[in-house]
Design a protein. Structure first.
Length: 228
């Protein structure tokens, strides 16, 4: 279980999913469907229904893709839009000294590519987030090989393990889908949309619904006033 705060820990920490949360569409699932369509059609529904673990299903799909196609996979996110209000949420968190950690069940290079986009008048978001946790890919063989520092029993990226590295009095999670369930069950405050809402409803777990990051910022502004 994640450690709770001590005297040196921040009061709040935000943990934010990437695919379908920061991006306005499910970029990772979309990429899998584009580069391994037959296997994705077979295995993705099994994962969404929780009949197959993310660890097993995602690894099978990724490791069926030739390494030579990896650059195309990363380029897949080149023009994928981000959800409105992300910069404004990060501005809000910066003012209050609240770090935001990005935890993705997808590929690190896809996350870095999107967060490295130039923001007019501002630093790229990759320079403003506290950390990025996601899968790494080995392309040295004929087919991709997956590596994850946080590989768990059922997930390739066990998000609660990442949370355990960053204790706080209040851990805030933002997510949208299957890979965010355990993170949401562990967090003190949860912002949920799309599939994650259905999963949490089934578990009778509380959450705050959101459409874009302006909603998240506005809800947090009521909970966390600016210190003077």
């Amino acid at each position: 279980m994640p450690l709770k705060s001590d005297s040196n820990s921040p009061k709040q920490i935000v943990f934010c999913d990437f695919d379908g949360t920061i991006t306005a569409v499910e970029t990772f699932a979309g990429m899998l469907k584009a580069f391994a369509p037959d296997l994705s059609a077979k295995l993705l529904p099994e994962m969404y229904a929780k009949r197959l673990t993310l660890r097993e299903g995602v690894r099978k799909i990724l490791e069926a893709i030739p390494s030579a196609r990896y650059p195309e996979m990363i380029d897949y996110v080149e023009h994928q839009p981000t959800r409105p209000g992300l910069d404004e949420l990060v501005d809000f968190l910066d003012v209050r000294g609240i770090p935001i950690h990005i935890i993705s069940g997808g590929l690190r290079e896809m996350v870095e590519k999107v967060l490295s986009r130039q923001n007019e008048g501002k630093k790229p978001l990759i320079e403003r987030v506290a950390s990025i946790s996601a899968m790494e890919i080995d392309t040295s063989g004929d087919y991709l090989r997956v590596h994850s520092e946080f590989e768990g029993d059922i997930e390739l990226v066990a998000k609660v393990w990442v949370m355990a590295k960053y204790p706080a009095a209040e851990q805030i999670a933002i997510g949208d889908s299957l890979t965010d369930i355990n993170m949401a069950l562990q967090a003190d405050v949860v912002f949920a949309r799309d599939r994650l809402v259905k999963y949490l409803d089934a578990e009778n777990q509380p959450y705050i619904p959101w459409r874009d990051f302006f909603d998240v910022r506005d809800a947090l502004s009521e909970r966390i006033p600016q210190q003077r």
